[in-house]
Design a protein around this ligand. Structure first.
Ligand SMILES: Nc1ncnc2c1ncn2[C@@H]1O[C@H](COP(=O)(O)OP(=O)(O)OP(=O)(O)O)[C@@H](O)[C@H]1O
Length: 579
């Protein structure tokens, strides 16, 4: 596997890691030259002291020292730039790349993946990789290469002493990599326990009202406690599981010094090497192990990155994206379902089967049917939030799966039951419908959606911050803001999930008024909850267990006296169409 794939790097990132490794090699080799320089000076001094030779001229050494310092500083500067400066840029690109990827992924992906898990990938995994790019990879690769070069020189110089000095490096690394089979599962477990902890905290914060209302606070806190304990224990085990092999391999490596002294002493005794050769070897050997000490400590992080973080990031990159034509200029906006079958998971039972109907432009098509019959699913398929398993959804005869989702959604206004607002001003929330809308256009949409009266009563009117998900507004007010947003967008296809649960009578008639402004002249597919909407629809599609069981105008369906007629009779004069 290439470095790029293994560490989820971009092309430029892989290039910078290589250059970082190159400059690390230069730094290590230049540092070795320093050792050689010191060795030659020592040799001359020893000879002067023991054999009466004249003391060496110090000027070339002084000049050499200055040159050495300049070269080392320059090499360090490049190493620093490539390892820290440029690789941090790589991490920035990774994060932007992940965000771009999320943008390209089909919306169905977000339904399948746990959001806490996704947040962990973007925040924690990206941070782990950032540290690995900057602190570990160039340094580790560079050290291995420079050690290889020095080892080759030592082997040429004196292979017996070189073997005595260097055997410990491969043995130490082999031990460390072998220990990975034990430490890797521990790391994966720690990561998954950390994830459970995050999910629990996120759920606790999101559902704090429900938890309090159902007196579940103690139970939730108890669960959080046990998850934290479990994570702490697995973290301890994985630290020990990694720490012991790292310490052990550092000790193994130090045995190289002992064997160099032993072999060197024997060779010195039988006269096959001189004292200075032995001294030189010891100098080099003591330098060789130093960079590895640091690398070994980083290996834990590297293993974590290759075992957990990089695969998780790569998995996100490998997710199939929803693609399609970036231009879509239809002449009309009929939405046609053609024998559509769909299930949420591979191999699951279909939730809609062989559905065919046309929602015509300028008409309101109401989807009715019991809870779970597939009404919301059909609206999601219409907007390509999911792609059908078989059959086709067409807009003006064009299969939606051939159109890029972002391009397609420009033609859709969506008002769902669970309105989502941002912690922004009223103005900002409505303007999300169309970013370039003028203030006047936003106000006109707000008026048409019957928002104006309540917004003007807010402390700062349209500039009032409405809290997270509009927490400072009532359910009906939130819904009218989402309708204003859809009105401002003014798309030719409207998908609407009516909801009445949170609305009082006055609110309901205001929302109804807002809706009729939104729907005029559009292709409307509505999940109808109000009797009035159902009876005034141009077409009704009755669903049961994911199949279309009846289809036609309200009058015709009533006349047919089938399921729809029975449901209407059951509902009586109730204003809410709750089945
Ligand atoms: N994201 C999902 N993953 C798996 N199954 C799902 C998902 N969303 C819905 N379902 C299942 O698909 C079926 C149809 O659901 P859908 O929401 O389309 O029904 P509905 O008619 O809109 O129901 P309701 O009127 O209660 O909102 C249900 O059995 C539901 O459990």
């Amino acid at each position: 596997m290439s470095m790029k794939e293994k560490y989820a790097l971009t092309d430029e990132g892989a290039k910078n890691v290589r250059l970082g490794a190159f400059w690390t090699v230069v730094v290590n080799i230049v540092a070795m030259f320093g050792v050689g320089f010191f060795f030659i000076l020592m040799d001359q001094l020893v000879r002067a002291l023991t054999q009466g030779e004249p003391l060496p001229d110090m000027l070339p050494y002084a000049i050499g020292l200055v040159v050495f310092a300049i070269v080392l500083w320059t090499a360090h500067w490049f190493q620093y730039d490539y390892t820290y400066g440029k690789t941090y840029r790589e991490s920035g690109k990774q994060r932007i790349g992940l965000a771009e990827r999320l943008r390209e992924l089909p919306l169905s992906f977000f339904g399948k993946r746990d959001l806490a898990d996704l947040t962990e990938t973007i925040m924690t995994d990206a941070t782990t990789m950032e540290h690995v790019y900057s602190h570990v990879l160039p340094y580790l690769y560079g050290t291995c290469i420079s050690t290889g070069i020095v080892a080759a020189c030592l082997l040429v110089f004196n292979w017996q002493l070189a073997l005595a000095a260097l055997w410990s490096v491969p043995v130490a690394f082999a031990t460390l990599f072998w220990s990975r089979r034990f430490s890797a599962p521990l790391m994966r477990k720690t990561r998954s326990h950390a994830l459970d902890m995050t999910e629990n905290t996120q759920e606790m914060l999101e559902c704090v009202r429900e938890i309090r209302a159902t007196n579940q606070v103690d139970a939730y806190l108890g669960q959080a406690d046990s998850l934290i304990d479990r994570h702490e224990k697995s973290l301890f085990k994985s630290e020990v599981g990694m720490g012991i092999p790292v310490q052990f391999t550092q000790v193994i490596m130090r045995f190289g010094i002992a064997t160099t002294i032993l072999a060197g002493s024997l060779m010195l005794a039988d006269g096959s090497i001189g004292f200075m050769v032995m001294f030189g070897f010891l100098l080099v050997v003591s330098r060789i192990y130093a960079p590895f000490d640091q690398s070994m400590l980083m290996l834990a992080e590297l293993f974590m990155a290759t075992e957990v973080a990089a695969p998780r990031m790569k998995a996100l990159y490998d997710e199939p994206v929803a693609t399609g034509s970036k231009t879509f200029k239809p002449c009309g906006y009929d939405v046609t379902f053609e024998d559509v079958t769909f299930s949420y998971g591979d191999g699951d039972e279909p939730v809609v089967s062989n559905v065919s109907f046309v929602a015509s432009e300028g008409e309101v098509t109401a989807l009715v049917g019991p809870s779970g019959s597939g009404k919301s699913t059909l609206t999601k398929l219409a907007a390509r939030f999911w792609d059908a398993d078989s059959g086709r959804v067409l807009v003006d005869g064009v299969d939606v799966t051939t159109i890029d989702p972002e391009t397609l959604l420009k033609d859709y206004s969506v008002v769902f039951q669970d309105v989502l607002l941002f912690d922004d001003t009223v103005m900002g929330n409505i303007r999300l419908g169309r970013r370039d809308a003028t203030d006047e256009e936003v106000l006109a949409a707000a008026k048409a959606a019957m928002c104006d009266d309540f917004v003007r009563k807010l402390p700062q009117g349209y500039d009032t911050m409405i809290g997270e998900n509009g927490s400072k507004l009532s359910g009906g007010e939130r819904q009218r803001i989402s309708i204003a947003r859809a009105l401002l967008k003014g798309s030719p296809i409207v998908l609407l999930d009516e909801a009445t649960a949170s609305l009082d009578v006055e609110n309901e008639s205001q929302v109804q008024q807002a809706l009729s402004n939104l729907l005029a002249g559009k292709t409307v597919i509505v999940i109808a909850h109000r009797m009035r909407t159902v009876m005034s629809a141009d077409k009704i599609v009755v669903l049961d267990e994911g199949r279309v069981v009846e289809e036609g105008s309200p009058d015709n369906l009533l006349a047919e006296n089938g399921l729809f007629a029975r449901m209407v009779n059951l509902q009586g004069q109730s204003s809410a169409w709750t089945l």
